[in-house]
Write a protein that binds this ligand. Structure first.
Ligand code: PGA
Length: 215
């Protein structure tokens, strides 16, 4: 099991320096792009990638640039990007191609909103994949940043459903924290956690890594 720390758009440079000095090397760190170079001694992920290969795309970062910066993973289709940037399957498919051309492992986020048909939504979100070279993160939208989590049985069932469509590692994400990780790590078919808010606190990140090490 592994912890993937999605730092989102948090921490200024002073916070980052303290954080780097304090965290375990066992977690995969997914910082804002501006800090990637500072985390070069860690296993790195990116929060996003351009759908284009290179050229005049102001503000974008290419998969090739990420590869050269030693980035091993990239989050795709996070619900915040689907919501705030209207990321569509068509766009995500392009991003997925750019990552596979460069040997970066995509972490494709899937998950339902409250009152949505979970299997239908997830099947649609998984339509973009063409091979098994990825990680899927099951993140119910209603569980992200809310403190609410599904039961272990619900997670296990959904992860089995995902694995019936794609043969790859699956993570759970959504309000994972120090007070629920001991319970969540008992879900038998997950390979780790995509953690947002709690991973920005180095004490919590280290404690969560300790917890899964004792698995
Ligand atoms: P959270 O975020 O841990 O703050 O709920 C998870 C995520 O968005 O990946």
């Amino acid at each position: 099991m592994k912890i993937y720390a999605n730092l989102k758009m948090n921490m200024d440079v002073d916070d980052i320096e303290v954080y780097i000095q304090s965290i375990t090397k066992e977690a995969i760190i997914i910082p804002s792009h501006i800090y990637i170079e500072r985390f070069k001694s860690f296993t790195l992920g990116s929060q996003d990638v351009s759908p284009f290969k290179k050229g005049s795309y102001t503000g974008d970062i290419s998969a090739e640039q990420l590869k050269k910066a030693n980035v091993k993973y990239c989050i795709l289709g996070h619900s915040e990007r689907r919501k705030y940037y209207n990321e569509s399957n068509e766009l995500l498919k392009e991003k997925l191609h750019r990552l596979s051309e460069n040997g970066i492992t995509p972490i494709l986020c899937v998950g339902e909103n409250e009152n949505e048909n979970l299997e239908k939504v997830i099947a649609k979100q998984l339509e973009i994949i063409s091979n098994d070279n990825l990680i899927v993160a099951y993140e119910p939208v209603w569980a992200i940043g809310t403190g609410k989590i599904p039961s272990n049985e619900q997670i296990e069932k959904t992860v089995n459903y995902i694995k019936s469509i794609v043969n790859c590692d699956v993570l759970y994400g959504g309000s994972v924290d120090i007070d629920n990780i001991d319970m969540l790590k008992k879900v038998s078919n997950i390979s780790g956690f995509l953690v947002g808010k709690a991973s920005c606190d180095y004490k919590k990140l280290n404690a969560m890594v300790d917890s899964i090490r004792q698995n």
